[in-house]
Ligand binder design. Sequence first.
Ligand code: CU
Length: 119
Amino acid sequence: MIATIKRRTLLCAAGAALLLSAAAVSGRQPNAAAANSRQIAIENFAFVPATVTVTAGTEIVWVNHDEEPHTVNSIDTAAAFKSPPLDTGDKFTFVFSRPGRYTYFCSIHPHMVGTITVK
Ligand SMILES: [Cu+2]
């Protein structure tokens, strides 16, 4: 009985740690509200639209509509972001605060490429 409770507590702690690391990975800044938000769909092994132009401070939300897992990984180091594998319906958010041109790809299917231009 006690062993069961301890195990549950451990599982909860592990769950909380996962949530925390997911928040860190997403690049979300809790106190900094994004000026704008844009969605990019991941469907049929492509980022749609593949090319997006936004103003600085815009939050990009990628949503995986495929049945396959995908990731969103930056190529440039100026804005480094790396999502965990996204399952169907999963989202990944990153706020682009500085102007520039950011290319990213899916690490599982490297032919999937997209570009964010921040003005
Ligand atoms: Cu992919």
